[in-house]
Write a protein that binds this ligand. Structure first.
Ligand code: HEM
Length: 505
């Protein structure tokens, strides 16, 4: 009798399952009008279209010429919208800003960003809003950026001295890319923790490895629903190991800083960490700043701020070395303004107008984040006549838009003068020029990023002439980006510095 009851229950359950399946087939879902896109293969989707080019954003640009400014791809099982015109970028970041205010979180990034509880990858909501407010008002405001000027002045002076030391006659050329990276890291670590940090090398090494795991598409990220792929994919595991190392180091730094803070050490208030600890102590934020939250914010600031700034400075120098006329003009501008000076401060940047154009033009040709950071559609919506389903991940191809000949004359050429004739700026409202993104998720760190670049660039131009190794012509300087999602230069910039104005020792 009991057995019969069980059999009956099982049969009923099977019948219900079959009926519900039939019903879902019969009740046809309204057909969505998706943006066009290239043909897909089972399992990998559109991936085969992206491997034909050295970088994903170049491949996406090629495809968008055929399929248009709103294009649908499938990366593994992830539906992905690619946005490739200023109008489409405006539709996403302004007209439908809230709908696209989430970030797409893949498996590797989820591991690194504490499951998206941070600012950079946090999903749109109260916690994110509060953290973003802290970053905008307390950490990255104009006044705060100004307060770090002494750090930048000291670090640039040190940098220039070490370059001058390697500039003697017959000296080997230097890898300027590496030196720039060190300068920005040294500066940024001081801006972050308020002083030099004994854990810096260990931290940077772990950080670099972690970022490398996120700069490519990995199997675990492409097949989020597959347990097998999560097990096979090594990137999230490697990222987790790095995150744990980074967490340990940051915890140590926070602990030491707190002890200094409690013992009345005035210098403990310096740097972004000092600001956060003060806010924690005063309990003056609506979201309590726990140690974990501080750790997350510190991790974000470094991740978002350091590589982007050094990549920008490196491209400025690369393009100037490739364009002797622009180099001569930029050097004349600085040398005229600073005539005879050996001690340089940020006050001396006032009036260096060509320098600002150089930085803008380098950002136009080489957006450090060519696809910005991926957004995610929060609700199915219509954009430019197409349906975009909830959950679609969105890449805005800022790199392609910044090089579109429809909006830029001689789009592939380095011509800083182009910005003399227009008012185009990177504040997020000129949609043909979005190196810092736009809308609610726009970069809050542009002031600090530019400040870290400006003084260093002006000093490199003022103190040194730059010669290429024997037999190399300016046009031979490589301008390819490294593969993957980040717009770094593929090879180091190798040059001879020749001292023109010796720095003060
Ligand atoms: C030249 C340097 C920099 C460039 C080119 C840059 C570029 C960007 C871009 C393209 C985004 C994504 C914007 C979007 O999705 O619309 C972003 C986001 C972000 N950046 Fe920057 N950035 C730079 C420097 C910095 C610095 C110095 C900091 C802070 C220390 C910083 C902090 C952030 C944060 C916190 C976000 C996430 C914002 C959010 O999702 O709400 N950035 N950045």
């Amino acid at each position: 009798m009991e057995d019969n009851k069980v059999l009956l229950a099982v049969a009923l359950a099977v019948l219900l399952a079959v009926l519900s399946k039939l019903k879902s087939r019969l009740v046809a879902k309204p057909k969505l009008k998706l943006p066009p896109g290239p043909w897909t293969l089972p399992l990998i989707g559109s991936l085969h279209h992206l491997v034909t080019s050295p970088s994903i954003y170049r491949a996406m640009r090629g495809l968008s010429h055929k399929y248009g400014p709103l294009m649908m791809l499938r990366l593994g099982e992830v539906p992905t919208l690619v946005v490739s015109s200023p109008e489409a970028a405006e539709a996403i970041t302004k007209t439908h800003d809230i709908t696209f205010a989430d970030r797409h979180l893949n498996a590797t990034i989820a591991v690194l960003t504490f499951d998206g509880t941070d600012i950079v990858f946090g999903s749109y909501g109260e916690r994110w809003r509060q953290l973003r407010k802290i970053s905008v008002l307390e950490l990255l405001s104009v006044a705060r950026v100004q307060s770090f000027r002494r750090i930048r002045e000291e670090e640039v002076a040190r940098f220039v001295q070490s370059l001058a030391a390697s500039a003697g006659a017959g000296a080997a050329p230097v890898n300027l890319t590496k030196m720039i990276s060190k300068l920005i890291n040294d500066t940024f670590v001081r801006e972050s923790v308020g002083g030099r940090c004994k854990y810096q090398d260990e931290y940077l090494e772990a950080f670099d490895t972690a970022v490398r795991q996120t700069s490519v598409l990995t199997v675990a990220d492409l097949f989020p629903s597959s347990r097998l792929m999560q097990v096979l994919g090594s990137a999230p595991r490697k990222a987790l190991a790095c995150r744990k190392r980074i967490e340990r180091i940051l915890e140590q730094i926070i602990q030491e800083k707190k002890e200094a803070f409690d013992s009345g050490d005035e210098t403990a208030h310096e740097g972004l960490l000092g600001v956060l600890l003060k806010l924690q102590k005063d309990r003056s934020t609506p979201t309590p700043l726990t140690n974990d939250t501080i750790l997350t914010i510190m991790f974000d600031m470094f991740g978002a701020g350091s590589d982007t700034s050094s990549t920008t400075l490196n491209w400025c120098m690369t393009e100037l070395v490739r364009s002797p006329a622009a180099m001569a003009k930029a050097q004349a501008d600085v040398r005229e303004a600073w005539k005879g000076k050996t001690m340089i401060t940020e006050d001396d940047l006032e009036g260096l107008s060509y320098l600002k154009l150089v930085i803008k033009e380098a950002l136009r040709l080489h957006c450090p984040l060519p696809l910005l950071l991926p957004r995610q559609c929060r609700e199915t919506c219509q954009v430019m006549g197409y349906d975009i389903p909830k959950g679609t991940s969105v890449f805005i191809n800022a790199w392609a838009i910044c090089r579109d000949p429809k909006y830029w004359d001689d789009a592939e050429e380095f011509k800083p003068e182009r910005f003399e004739k227009n008012n185009i700026d990177y504040k997020g409202t000129n949609y043909e020029f979005l190196p810092f993104g736009s809308g609610r998720r726009m970069c809050p760190g542009a002031n600090l990023g530019i400040a870290n670049v400006e003084l260093a660039l002006a000093s490199l131009l003022y103190h040194f002439d730059w010669k290429l190794p024997d037999g190399m012509e300016p046009k031979d300087v490589d301008v390819w980006e490294a593969s993957g999602l980040i717009g770094k230069k593929n090879t180091g910039l190798i040059v001879h510095p020749v001292t023109r104005v010796a720095p003060a020792s």
